[in-house]
Design a protein around this ligand. Structure first.
Ligand code: ATP
Ligand code: HSE
Length: 318
């Protein structure tokens, strides 16, 4: 019997936490924003078929697909060969978008295989495997997409801790408008733009901003949390890759948006809103001023409390 699994989109960095903060999001209208993997049964040799809105952005040769790479890594991690699987990926997240697309496929694959084979790996072991797979794609291991896509919520990465990450408080009324313009920006290329070292002043500013944001979340001090949202690491280094950002930010702030940042490595931008009304205005503005082609999309989102999970239907009835 076919078993279907889903993992949500995610925004890495969240402006103030480069490589250390990541949030899973879902459209408030109930649509899914993420990939679905179906395990249709067992067969002699593992095979992968593809469909979905962004199927055309994937490698033509399915042997290069991350889903199959993850099955290899999963078997290596277990130290044993597993049966061939008949797999189907519904690719609903654009590649190179800043929405954690490769992380989403990696998470849904690793979660699916672990569930299908009765969970031989623990949560931490599975997260480590996911990050290892993601690192192979982006050039360096970072958890800020795989952690929220796997676990849901807003996740603070804890390098050096056995926990690996911790779920943070949020503000339930916050809405995040995610707008993907339809163009691509390689995570590897965007990470290459980040300097290998930061001046002491910038390092202190970075640590201060993240500490201020996290402490404001725990104290539920909304004004303080918003004031802390400043990107001193990625945005300055990636400004040339995101030339429209200053104009978008100016227009969106005039509509009442309280923060505009780069979603992950871009080109998706996120607009933080305190009300549904402002979110609707921001979504309308971004749809008409930032979307470039038929691959583009803009969604009004809330934080997704749930991450990777089994689902009944691959594509929910709208
Ligand atoms: N199932 C898959 N989903 C996404 N990318 C895949 C998949 N299989 C293979 N790839 C390849 O992995 C690479 C992912 O590149 P990159 O990390 O820049 O994109 P991304 O992870 O989608 O970006 P972002 O995290 O910003 O959404 C692309 O070259 C893509 O063709
Ligand atoms: N922290 C990563 C997120 C990628 O989605 C980066 O900015 O390169």
């Amino acid at each position: 019997m076919t078993q279907c699994y889903y993992a949500p989109a995610s925004t890495g960095n969240v402006s103030v936490g480069f490589d250390l903060l990541g949030a899973a999001f879902e459209p408030v209208n109930g649509q899914r924003l993420g990939d679905v993997l179906a395990i249709r049964g067992e067969c002699a040799n593992t095979r992968l078929s593809l469909s979905g809105r962004y199927q055309h952005q994937l490698p033509a040769d399915t042997d290069d697909n991350l889903i199959l790479r993850c099955y290899q890594l999963f078997q290596q991690r277990l130290g044993k060969a597993l049966p061939g699987l008949d797999l189907h990926l519904y690719k609903e997240l654009p590649v190179g978008s800043g929405l954690g697309s490769s992380a989403c496929s990696i998470v849904v694959a690793c979660f699916a295989f672990n569930h299908y084979f009765s969970e031989p790996l623990s949560q931490v072991e599975l997260l480590q495997l996911m990050a290892e797979a993601e690192g192979g794609v982006s050039g360096s291991v970072h958890y800020d997409n795989v952690a929220p896509s796997y676990l849901g919520g807003l996740q603070l990465m804890l390098p050096g801790s056995e926990r690996l990450c911790r779920d943070l408080p949020w503000f339930e009324h916050w809405r995040v408008v995610l707008s993907y313009p339809g163009t691509t920006l390689s995570t590897k290329a965007a990470r290459a733009a980040i300097p290998a070292q930061l001046p002491l002043k910038t390092s202190i500013e970075f640590a201060a901003g993240l500490s201020r944001f996290v402490s404001a979340l725990y104290c539920q001090d909304e004004a303080e949390a918003i004031a802390a949202l400043k990107d001193v690491v990625a945005e300055p280094a990636r400004a040339l890759l995101m030339p429209e950002l200053p104009v978008l930010r100016q227009a969106l702030m005039e509509l009442g948006v309280v923060h505009v940042g780069i979603s992950g490595a871009g080109p998706t931008v996120f607009a933080l809103c305190q009300t549904e009304q402002v979110a609707a205005k921001a979504a309308s503005y971004l749809a008409s001023h930032y979307e470039k082609n038929q691959d583009a999309m803009t969604h009004i989102c809330r934080l997704a409390s749930a991450g990777a999970r089994s689902v009944k239907d691959p594509i929910p009835c709208s």
